[in-house]
Write a protein that binds this ligand. Structure first.
Ligand code: AGP
Length: 610
């Protein structure tokens, strides 16, 4: 996630931009920049951009804000290209008269970059965004310098997610466009604003227009014109924002955790896409790793990250036939681990600062293993020491209970396992085509699952008084059960325990009675019939069964007290869809119990001490 701010009006644009970017800092940044111009077609674009936090940019312009009443600004959460001055936004045309800022991922940027370079365009950055600048340069000339038309012509060539803003030295207006990534217009008197999110607008206006996918907006001082990508005018309603600043940072959600649960479709887009090549049959992960040098994999992490690792273990074993184990970091680091130079040690971490995970990685390196980190936070300790890093691009996760980062980690394992499987020759084109099709459906499927929230809240009301609960899953979804149990424990303070479903009869079934909620994952799998038998064992002992099942499963209702339907996907990708109802269940139970959901007792977002 990046932060975007734009302004056209009578104030000094740079001041409005810096203030707005500061209010978007929860979106995270590893570089920041702005470009402004004075009114009049001779106005030059003056741009300043720096790696590092927003304070570095503020220091860079402290000697004197670039003057001008039209401008745009950006804080970057890097996806493609290191966090440095050159890769910071805005990106400028070769003549310095066109500036672009962008949030999202241009999926076909590799092909576009090759095409544009072939026509003599010189690229200076490593970003996907820069292709937009060069495409717009061409379109601007081809459309006799009509900026909005040039932007529309450029976007006709682009696939992927974007919220972008464009300024040109010859125009006293900004042009913005949105597809998937958020963008909001703020309406003023003789001035208008743009931002990724409402908090940046609140000091200036509460009258906003939420741009929709496919919208292209032209902002002048006196008004806003919105069209679709074909240039057809679009009517958009003005909304009055009643939130205070804190509520605005939560996007109107009651808690950051709930907002982050609902951000998961976007996270999946950011993690999964923009990395496919060869018509979507292969991925480019940017790893230095040579897959032929690896005989086995050890995944090590803590808490929720270790449960993402459990999903990753099954994916690597089943897809790439790699001998893979998971060891919790706090144990691994002291276990005299059996690793060597043909072992890949995968560390998984949202914060990249968890001391157990960092020290586990160091222990593996000391013993000769190659290390790969699956991370969210940029510039973290783990990112600096791992041999390779695979970022999940989930954006800052504020809620202590990890949700969107977990889903991003699982998606990263789905990509990594696919890469290994193709590299090791265990997946042919037909299988790859089916797998990638299923991956592409995940964001929309998670979007649909989120619609069960009200149904889940009713179930939560029924089970909130329980002293304890059991979570059950088979195969790859044994990990889903582990994560569901942890979510419930850590935010509702209700004890929960997870077991592989087949283990019930070896002891835990003694716990089952009318007072014990049993949450089971029973989506499609070769072992579905055995799963149903396990559910019958629980029902026979009056257990209160809550079952996550395929929405087209018409039989499961006879075996459960409550059924939570989810879209059907491949068994190996089902943890992505199946965990979402469990996140919502934990959230609704905790909410019903009045818990401090974003800062649960005794917990910290990142455990940097032993
Ligand atoms: C997850 O909800 C918990 N907050 C905790 O288990 C967390 O996953 C664990 O501490 C690891 O943190 P990391 O991903 O930042 O390394």
């Amino acid at each position: 996630m990046c932060g975007i701010v734009g302004y056209v009006g009578g104030r000094e644009a740079a001041g409005v931009i810096l203030d707005g970017l500061g209010r978007l800092e929860y979106r995270g940044y590893d570089s920041a920049g702005l470009a402004v111009k004075g009114f009049g077609s001779d106005g030059k674009l003056r741009a300043v951009k720096r790696a590092g936090k927003l304070s570095v940019l503020r220091d860079a312009v402290a000697a004197g804000l670039p003057a001008g009443c039209v401008g745009l600004g950006h804080t970057r959460w890097a996806t493609h290209g290191r966090p440095n001055d050159v890769n910071a936004h805005p990106h400028l045309s070769e003549d310095g008269r066109l500036a672009v800022i962008h949030n999202g991922i241009i999926e076909n940027y590799v092909e576009l970059r090759e095409e544009l370079a072939g026509r003599g365009h010189v690229f200076v950055s490593e970003t996907d965004t820069e292709v937009l600048v060069h495409l717009m340069e061409e379109a601007y000339e081809a459309t006799s310098h009509d900026l909005a038309t040039a932007v529309r012509a450029c976007l006709a060539r682009v696939s992927g997610a974007y919220a972008l803003v464009v300024a040109h030295a010859e125009h006293d207006a900004l042009v913005a466009a949105r597809n998937t990534s958020p963008l909001v217009i703020g309406l003023g008197s003789q001035e208008n604003y743009l931002a990724s999110d409402v908090p940046a607008l609140l000091p200036y206006t509460r009258d906003v227009i939420y741009l929709l996918d496919g919208d292209v907006a032209e902002l002048g001082r006196d008004g806003v014109v919105i069209t679709n990508l074909q240039g057809v005018p679009q009517a958009r309603e003005t909304n009055r924002v009643e939130w205070d600043a804190e509520a605005a940072e939560k996007g109107g959600y009651e808690h950051y955790m709930l907002k982050e649960i609902y951000e998961q479709p976007t996270v999946l887009q950011n993690t999964l896409f923009g990395r496919f090549t060869h018509g979507g049959l292969d991925v480019e992960l940017g790893l230095d790793l040579d897959p032929t040098t690896i005989d086995r994999v050890v995944i090590t992490a803590a808490g929720t990250a270790s449960y993402a690792g459990e999903v990753g273990r099954t994916l690597l074993r089943r897809l790439a036939r790699l001998d893979t184990v998971v060891e919790v970091a706090s144990e691994f680091r002291y276990s005299e681990p059996v690793v060597d130079e043909r072992t890949l040690c995968i560390v998984v971490s949202q914060s990249g600062e968890t001391i157990d995970t960092l020290e586990a990685m160091r222990e593996a390196k000391r013993r000769g293993a190659r290390t790969l980190a699956i991370l969210n936070a940029k510039g973290s300790s783990i990112s600096r020491e791992a041999d390779d890093v695979l970022y999940i691009h989930a954006g800052p996760e504020i809620g202590v209970a990890s949700t969107k980062a977990y889903l991003g980690m699982v998606a990263a394992f789905a990509l990594l396992s696919f890469w290994f499987a193709r590299e090791r020759g265990y997946m042919d084109d037909d299988a790859a085509r089916e797998y990638v099709r299923a991956l592409r459906e995940l964001p929309g499927q998670v979007e649909r699952v989120l619609q069960v929230r009200e149904h889940v809240a009713q179930i939560a009301e029924q089970i909130k008084g329980a002293r304890s609960s059991l979570f059950l899953g088979r195969g790859i979804n044994a990990a889903t059960a582990l994560e569901g149990a942890l979510k419930l424990k850590e935010i509702s303070y209700v004890h929960a325990e997870a077991y592989p479903m087949g283990e019930m009869k070896h002891g835990p079934i003694a716990l089952v009675d009318r007072d014990l909620p049993v949450v089971a994952v029973a989506t499609n799998s070769p072992l579905y019939d055995k799963t149903v038998s396990n559910l019958q064992e629980v029902r026979a002992r009056d257990g209160r069964l809550v079952v996550v099942a395929d929405e087209d499963d018409t039989k499961i209702g006879q075996h459960a007290e409550f059924v939570i339907p989810v879209p059907r996907t491949l068994e190996l990708l089902s943890p992505v869809v199946n965990v979402v109802p469990l996140q919502l269940l934990a959230y609704e139970v905790a909410r019903a119990l009045g818990r401090d959901i974003d800062q649960p007792r005794n917990l910290a977002k990142s455990v940097t001490v032993e």
